[in-house]
Design a protein around this ligand. Structure first.
Ligand code: PLP
Length: 384
């Protein structure tokens, strides 16, 4: 079978064999409900505790500040709605600050709060690289602001935000800062004190754990109204029997990614830079999107004039190259990305977005193959 070149790691990653190995026994050997009162239950509860400690160590927080969830989307929903409703109930206000480069799991959650629950939002702009100016966040603050939610690294263009600076502003005004760190997980520093964040969302399948598991850090003292009610799981903040095998997997995958980070980031960044340079040499009209240096180490994204993204993705797919046009959720819809438009990229150009995100399996040969196939694809499609 022809080897597929997978360049869509920002959409999802394969499960690491070492991760699979540690999670498997929790399906068939240690399957007790962690809330139970017997040996089987204790084995599950211990694994759950251990996983929480492992994750907390990487985030530099207390284990009790970690809530395991089903995905990054749920973590964002719980963070935003949980803080918003708790603040509104306490009479603190109904104003939320967010940015123009958020994932739909954040934008749609805030939109619903505004549409149906009387909240108001201020959306701070991004510059042409998709970067937020912390001063804009400070200017957006109001006496009734109850939450700031800013993405750590953007999924479509890879730009890394000055989170610690934004966090310092939030802290000075006593406003909790939530960050959607789903794309940062496994690649960037996740220490919540260095980042100055109060809530942080992660998703396992972005760093070689399975799909269907995530987590949310909530700093002690931040008021959060649970969104899923039932038993007292996760200290009463997220009811539902814990998905022990997947939680074990998330903790192991995060630890592996954390340990591999210095060397793997360097390797990925080298490949990525070669890819970006190669694309720009072969296709001088192609424009790199996102920040040229403050970007995720595995992330290359472009807009290519005269090409329609979905046609290009199909061409690449036929050549055995898995790529994306932006957020996985947008793929299939011929609508330009709101993030690219917010960066000032014209609508027509934004329709030609291409995202290539590298991962552990990619080699220099993969990049050479892409540099062979992509220019030919673009020439052929623009001639149509
Ligand atoms: N936030 C960002 C920035 C993402 O890229 C994604 C997924 O692509 C999500 C949230 C949603 O995560 P999940 O797929 O775990 O629901």
């Amino acid at each position: 079978m022809r080897r597929v070149i997978y360049l869509d790691h920002s959409a999802s990653t394969p499960v690491d064999a070492r991760v699979l190995e540690v999670m498997m026994p929790f399906f068939t050997e240690y399957y007790g409900n962690p809330s139970g009162m017997h040996a089987q239950a204790r084995a599950s509860a211990q694994a759950l505790d251990r996983s929480r400690w492992e994750v907390a160590e990487i985030l530099g927080c207390k284990p009790k500040e970690i809530i395991f969830t089903s995905c990054g989307t749920e973590s964002n929903n719980l963070a935003i709605r949980g803080v918003a409703f708790a603040a509104a109930r306490a009479g603190k206000g109904r104003h939320i600050i967010t940015s123009a480069c958020e994932h739909s799991a954040v934008t749609q959650t805030i939109a619903q709060l505004c549409e149906h629950f009387g909240f108001q939002q201020t959306v701070v702009p991004v510059d042409r690289w998709g970067m937020i100016d912390p001063a804009d966040v400070e200017r957006a603050l109001r006496p009734d602001t109850v939450l700031i939610s800013i993405i750590y690294a953007n999924n479509e263009v890879g730009t890394i935000q000055p989170l610690a600076e934004i966090g310092a502003i939030a802290r000075a005004h006593g406003i909790p800062l939530h960050t959607d760190a789903v794309q940062a997980g496994g690649y960037l520093d996740l220490n919540v004190d260095r980042l100055n964040v109060d809530l942080l969302s992660l998703s396992g399948h972005k760093f070689y754990a399975p799909k269907g598991v995530g987590m949310l850090f909530v700093r002690e003292g931040v008021a959060l109204l649970p969104q899923q009610t039932g038993g007292g799981h996760e200290r009463g903040r997220r009811a539902g029997t814990e998905n022990v095998p997947y939680i074990v997997a998330l903790a192991k995958a995060l630890k592996l990614a954390h340990d591999m980070r210095p060397t793997e980031n360097e390797r990925l960044a080298r490949l990525r830079d070669h890819l970006i340079q190669g694309v720009q040499t072969a296709l001088p009209d192609a424009q790199l999107t996102g920040h040229p240096t403050e970007r995720l180490p595995h992330h290359a994204s472009f807009v290519i004039p005269g090409v329609e993204a979905n046609a290009l993705l199909m061409y690449l797919d036929m050549a055995g190259i898995c790529a994306a046009s932006g957020s996985a959720c947008h793929t299939g819809i011929a609508e330009p990305s709101a993030v690219l438009l917010a960066m000032g990229i014209p609508r027509q150009l934004a329709l030609g977005a291409l995202r290539l995100t590298l991962g552990r399996s990619n080699t220099a040969e993969d990049i050479e193959m892409v540099l062979e196939v992509l220019p030919a694809a673009v020439r052929q499609l623009s001639a149509l």
